[in-house]
Design a protein around this ligand. Structure first.
Ligand SMILES: Nc1ncnc2c1ncn2[C@@H]1O[C@H](COP(=O)(O)OP(=O)(O)OP(=O)(O)O)[C@@H](O)[C@H]1O
Ligand SMILES: CCCCCCCCCCCCC/C=C/[C@@H](O)[C@H](CO)NC(C)=O
Ligand SMILES: [Ca+2]
Length: 505
């Protein structure tokens, strides 16, 4: 934390929504060597802790100390500022915190204790902290805990840990409301308790795509000021059986294979993705299957838009309104049943369904830069069979400014529901008597050199593996909320305003 001191006659401007805390200050303890107060008999002071916005969406906690000789005046200020803070009703007072000590570089506990807990305590937020001892510990706990006690749930870890907490919360909400998650058409109950993500994983894509940076202090401050960002969630089913929810990437082929291989190399930490990524790239497997989807007609946006989803996004707002109107008109009748399905058969290197841009430090614009956080749609990206060189050109575009959809072998659609069945499953189902078909070789028999894999891939579902050769996916508009505000427009403008504040100080 950096500090400043304000003397009589000086000005300071900090919006109340960005004040973290106000505290009486003992100037003698502060050990200031210079300053007029040293000449005073007994100066009185208070310190305002506030959010300081830096470059690249980074926030940190700064403070400014105000002092004067009049004790009563000083106390009046403290009282008035504390009352103003009390009016910030969206701020959490009691949080339930889950820490995965094994995510990313295994720094979750340290990150929380050193960087986050002191800020929560400064902001007078009470916490119940739960350090997980196994996978699904947090999820299981969320089904038992008295959830109404809390204003939010915080997960310290990566995308997989977030996924666990999300499954616990959404699952709990449906159970309490008597909704059967196995019914793919069930209208799910919105989850009003917000989740905060303190990034301590390997990719931290959900945090990066919703805040603009993977930084524990920035995320802690978004939680403290009580930000709220609605988020679309897709449900994944197979044969009327619920499999998973997803908010970022649901990927088959390339990203599924990377994840499956990387799980065996967890000991490598985040580097495992580079190792498995390179290996998967060299293997160049493609997978055959049938994709069906319903285009998202309710939204004004398109995956090829130049503008991205930003704080207070009007596309998300309009899309949500449009969906609400449709629902009102249709009542209980499922309008989706009547809408057209598009069908595509082929061989694919990657099938990616993304509910958000999937930006992360490795890919700052993400897999679909114009995807929206809360528009009730997902972007379906199909990378058809192509040469290794072309696939590399496509991957390189994840890391630069060039249009990653501007390739003849890449198609992108904005969808509200999607289905996939692998060729293998179709063959098995359509010709169960042909026993020979069950005993296939590992690669395409017609063209052994083509790297077309007859075996199935795995789904990468927000960083969790999911084995299913047939799935149906449905986007649920704004099913949950995060302690975030989306990515803020024009970061430079924010830092310029902040410098004006600094000049005033
Ligand atoms: N105590 C624990 N021991 C083992 N696994 C755990 C524990 N707590 C949580 N997990 C599981 O660890 C998995 C991975 O954790 P996490 O997402 O935090 O890190 P990561 O995989 O390194 O990061 P990312 O998902 O961003 O790539 C999650 O699926 C979670 O269910
Ligand atoms: C030679 C150039 C190669 C460039 C490769 C770019 C890789 C970009 C990675 C983007 C992944 C974004 C999707 C996020 C997925 C997460 O859910 C998951 C778990 O955290 N992470 C991964 C890597 O699968
Ligand atoms: Ca979306």
């Amino acid at each position: 934390m950096k500090g400043k001191k304000i003397e009589d006659g000086e000005n300071c401007f900090v919006p109340t929504s960005e004040i973290i805390a106000v505290e009486e200050t003992d100037l003698n303890k502060k050990q200031h060597n210079s300053g007029k107060w040293q000449k005073m008999a007994k100066p009185h002071a208070f310190t305002v802790y506030y959010v300081k916005k830096a470059r690249n969406h980074r926030w940190w906690c700064s403070d400014v100390t105000f002092w004067c000789v009049d004790e009563q005046l000083c106390n009046q200020w403290i009282q008035a500022l504390k009352e103003l803070l009390e009016l910030q009703k969206a701020r959490p007072k009691q949080l339930l915190v889950y820490i995965n000590p094994y995510g990313g570089k295994r720094q979750g506990k340290r990150i929380y204790e050193q960087k986050v807990a002191p800020l929560f305590s400064l902001a007078s937020i009470s916490t119940d902290v739960f350090i997980t001892e196994r996978a699904n510990h947090a999820k299981d706990n969320l089904f038992e805990v008295n959830i109404n006690k809390y204003d939010g749930v915080v997960c310290v870890g990566g995308d997989g840990m977030f996924s666990e907490v999300m499954h616990g919360l959404i699952g709990r909400m449906q159970k309490d409301s008597g909704i059967d998650q196995n019914n793919p058409k069930a209208p799910l109950v919105q989850c009003n308790i917000r989740i905060g993500i303190i990034p301590a994983g390997s990719t931290d894509c959900i945090c990066y795509s919703t805040v603009g940076i993977s930084d524990p202090v920035t995320s802690a401050l978004h939680i403290i000021v009580g930000d709220s960002q609605p988020l679309d969630v897709s449900s994944v089913h197979h044969n009327n059986t619920f499999l998973k929810y997803t908010v970022s990437l649901l990927g088959y082929g390339f990203y599924g294979d990377i994840l499956k291989d990387s799980e065996k190399k967890r000991w490598m930490g985040p580097m495992r993705y580079d190792y498995s990524g390179f290996k998967t790239f060299l293997s160049h497997h493609c997978y055959e299957g049938t994709i069906s989807f319903q285009p998202a007609k309710h939204t004004l946006g398109s995956p090829r838009d130049k503008d991205s989803c930003r704080t207070g996004c009007h596309i998300c707002r309009q899309s949500e309104q449009q969906l609400a109107e449709q629902r009102k008109k249709c009542g209980l009748k499922h309008e989706e049943d009547e809408e057209e399905w598009k069908v595509i058969k082929g061989k694919f290197l990657a099938i990616n369904v993304v509910n958000m841009s999937c930006a992360c430090p490795r890919s700052p614009k993400g897999l679909s830069p114009a995807a929206h956080l809360a528009d009730g749609s997902a972007d379906l990206i199909l990378v058809r069979k192509c040469s290794r060189f072309d696939f590399l050109r496509y991957l390189v575009r994840h890391t630069n400014q060039d249009d990653q959809f501007d390739f003849s072998f890449v198609d992108v659609y904005r969808v509200k529901s999607f289905q996939f069945t692998s060729k293998l499953l179709e063959d098995n189902e359509s010709d169960v008597t042909d026993i020979g078909k069950k005993h296939f070789g590992q690669f395409c028999r017609d063209h052994p050199a083509c790297c077309c894999n007859i075996a199935n891939s795995t789904w990468n579902c927000d960083g969790e593996t999911l084995d299913s050769s047939a799935i149906e996916v449905r986007v649920h508009c704004q099913l949950m909320k995060l302690f975030a505000r989306g990515i803020e427009e024009n970061c430079k403008e924010a830092s310029r305003n902040q410098s004006r504040v600094e000049q005033l100080l």
